[in-house]
Design a protein around this ligand. Structure first.
Ligand code: MG
Length: 347
């Protein structure tokens, strides 16, 4: 296991490669995997340590190597005040056009640190009430009908289920789930559908079976077709692959009903908060999503959850070697801690 350390004025930045073990093999439209690489980041300040995390599912193009290389070049010697998160993150963001997960790891650790200094949790600092937090969805990974039934029955205590659709047996998958639960269901197509009329027909079929929204039903590079689908679909159409950062939002207004925000794609809490403000001002709904992550990044995202319409913060529930605690799962909702900072603790 590699461990790096460099000094940043009054702060020391450390990072450690770690591999998440998934409880079940996770299958997407283009790949399957049983592990996810993450980088665990620490900022040491005045004798205390604050945590951050970069999660790097392979399809996003980051890895232990790329994140370590980026973090090695991070130089914060011009900043003596960790509470100046905006300035620090602007400098970090300017170092390279990508590396959003690596940037997010620093952002999370800074928020944990600054919240502790300030003496409040971030949702309290933003005057957000835990009463408005939506239930998290729980992802049912693709498998045989028999195993899918077992997964669904084990997830009955959640309030919302999520499933990936992308093959010719989409209807079989939905019928399998419906044979054992009436829980609301959301679907993620990961851009798979190609034919607009088929997508329209499928949206009506899904609506009749209790599906509540469709995420990225078609290729993000087909905005005209997706807009047609949106106009004829009884279900909200959500942008995921089409939106990564703040600058992507304006182009989605005429195509989608909502956008999906993930800390690992948008460089962390500071930009996610701006994305929520902009998107809501444009009439878009918000989904707050995660990668396969530890409780570190989940706890950070949960601080924003009172602001959004849907959450999918189940990444830490899908792994077997979570080194952190940071949230509570209560009645199907992921609740952030009310203690100062983000309240990320190592087990
Ligand atoms: Mg998605």
């Amino acid at each position: 296991m590699l461990f790096f350390r460099k000094k940043i004025v009054t702060m020391k930045l450390s990072y450690q490669a770690y591999t998440l073990q998934l409880e079940n093999t996770f299958t997407l439209a283009t790949s399957s995997r049983s592990t996810t690489p993450v980088m665990l980041v620490e900022i040491e300040h005045e004798g205390l340590i604050w945590y951050g995390e970069a999660s790097m599912p392979p399809y996003l193009g980051e890895s232990h190597t790329t994140v370590a290389k980026f973090l090695w070049w991070v130089d914060l010697t011009g900043f003596s005040d960790p509470s100046d998160i905006e300035s620090i993150m602007n400098i970090i963001d300017s170092l390279a056009p990508g590396n959003t997960a690596a940037k997010s790891a620093i952002d999370i650790a800074l928020h944990d640190l600054v919240g502790k200094i300030r003496g409040t949790s971030w949702h309290q600092h933003w005057w957000l009430s835990l009463e408005t937090i939506p239930s998290t969805s729980y992802t049912i990974g693709m498998d045989t009908p028999k195993v899918i039934k077992q997964k669904v029955e084990a997830a009955q205590w959640f309030k919302l289920l999520k499933v990936k659709l992308w093959r010719d047996n989409d209807k079989e998958i939905i019928e399998t789930i419906r044979s054992c639960t009436n829980l609301p269901l959301c679907v993620d197509c990961n851009q798979w559908r190609k034919d607009t009329q088929q997508a329209i027909d499928m949206s009506h079929w899904l609506a009749e079976r209790g599906v509540v929204y469709i995420e990225q039903p078609m290729d993000k590079n087909q905005p005209e077709q997706i807009a047609i689908l949106r106009g004829k679909s009884p279900l909200p159409i959500i942008a995921d692959e089409a939106v990564q950062r703040l600058s992507d939002i304006a182009a989605t207004v005429w195509v989608y009903d909502a956008i999906n925000i993930k800390l690992m794609k948008c460089t962390g809490l500071h930009e996610a908060k701006k994305m929520i403000t902009l998107a809501q001002s444009l009439g878009l709904k918000i989904m707050l999503w995660c990668m396969t992550e530890t409780s570190c990044a989940i706890a950070a995202a949960a601080q924003l959850s009172p602001l959004v319409d849907w959450t999918d913060l189940d990444g830490n529930l899908l792994i077997t070697n979570d080194p952190f605690v940071g949230t509570q799962l209560v009645n199907g909702k992921v609740l952030p801690s009310t203690d100062p900072g983000i309240w990320i603790h190592k087990i």
